[in-house]
Design a protein. Structure first.
Length: 397
């Protein structure tokens, strides 16, 4: 794919009506504050997710820790803080109930994927289906109209100066923010171009340190809050899976030798080393998970490398699908850096019994990559802009 040039889309200006997705954290609170100071008509909205159905024995002792998770009993406090901020700054505020959709599209997806031996990223599905989906649908049902929808993500909305993939289409796309250490583009790659048309990220040019500095200067209480780290706190993880009994099975090596017993495949991820409870005399990691035979396969670190992967359930900006092979950078998990690759349509080979969702794509790495995990997303970048992405189906060792 030849070099592309992109133009960053204009941020809201004075007089615009802006809907701001608020969580109570410093990022979204500062966004609302800055837009209000700019002269925009700001409307705050928070999505209500927590239904209290997951109960943990020691929930009272964990509540303080849990409140900084996206999904947990701290939601009530978060909403209270948003209400307080909005009231103090003359901002209209709404809470919309998206519990049902969240349970179906995020919680059930999360559990189903793990029980299938895959490693899901619930934040990606939450952004696509809830924050930039069900929440905006609920706002529309309230009759609220707005010029832009803004969040505290560290990203940027751009449009290519010319057509992509050999077409004349110039869809709205996602580009990286100034603060590369806080890059959140991986989380929002599935948000459709038609939604991105009205989306803006006011923190795109700021570093996290500058965000805290501005928040403290404005005396925002959110500046003193810890950042949310998990979509659901570890204390509630077992409770989340309590709807079905875990099925123990064998832990084996690559030669099929039994090394021990696992407590249920949903408790393991590719590349995991801790908590395996086996003793073999050398470091071992989860190499793969065989859901069909209920097996967890361990191997040495050097055996975790893959030369390529196959991904499906792809999304492309503006639904413009490439016609031929192209080069890009691919990010295979949030914590990994983008690496060079070649992307081409995958033709299902004889003996490949994988059930693919839509057209699968083959992503060949320039250099082998460690611990490619089915269920995670493979997100493609060209010149710092997301040009597509899909869900990893399988690794090619």
């Amino acid at each position: 794919m030849s070099e592309m040039k992109y133009t960053a889309q204009e941020l809201p200006k004075a007089g615009d009506t802006v809907l701001v997705g608020m969580s109570g954290g410093v990022d979204s609170t500062l966004v609302a504050y800055l837009l209000k100071e700019k002269g925009c008509r700001v409307i705050g909205v928070t999505m209500s997710l927590w239904d209290g159905s997951i109960v943990e024995k020691n929930k009272d002792s964990h509540k303080e820790k849990m409140k900084e998770a996206c999904y947990g009993p701290g939601e009530e406090e978060n909403i209270s803080e948003c209400e307080k901020f909005c009231a103090a700054h003359g901002i209209e505020y709404h809470v919309v109930d998206v519990k049902k959709t969240y349970k179906e599209k995020v919680l059930e997806y999360f559990k189903s994927e793990y029980r299938s031996g895959r490693t899901p990223n619930p934040c990606i599905m939450c952004n696509r289906n809830i924050k930039f989906g069900a929440m905006l649908d609920a706002v529309a049902e309230l009759g609220i109209e707005y010029d832009y929808f803004c969040t505290g993500h560290y990203a940027k909305v751009v449009r290519p100066d010319s057509g992509i993939f050999g077409t004349e289409e110039r869809p709205f796309m996602v580009s990286g923010a100034t603060d590369v250490t806080k890059d959140q583009t991986y989380f929002i790659y599935r948000v459709p171009s038609e939604v991105l048309k009205k989306v803006r990220f006011p923190l795109s040019e700021l570093k996290k340190s500058e965000v805290f500095e501005l928040a403290r200067k404005a005396n925002l209480e959110a500046a003193d809050r810890e950042e949310s780290q998990d979509f659901v706190g570890e204390e509630y993880r077992d409770a989340l899976f309590a709807d079905k009994e875990s099925v123990p099975g064998d832990i084996i090596d690559l030669d099929g030798h039994i090394l021990g017993r696992h407590k249920g495949i949903e408790h393991y991820t590719i590349g995991q080393r801790k908590g395996l409870e086996v003793a073999v005399g050398y470091p071992v990691y989860v190499h793969s998970i065989d859901a069909k035979n209920n097996l967890v396969v361990l191997a040495k670190n050097e055996d975790l490398d893959s030369s390529a992967l196959v991904a499906d359930d792809f999304v492309w900006p503006g639904n413009v699908e490439p016609k031929e092979e192209f080069e890009a950078l691919v990010k295979i998990r949030l914590a990994s850096r983008p690496v060079p690759c070649k992307v081409s349509r995958y033709t299902v080979e004889a003996g490949d019994e994988t059930e693919y969702k839509g057209q699968p794509w083959l992503i060949k790495f320039t250099d082998p990559q460690r611990a490619v995990a089915p269920g995670q997303s493979a997100v493609l970048y060209v010149d710092g802009v997301i040009v597509g992405g899909g869900i990893i189906s399988r690794a090619i060792k």
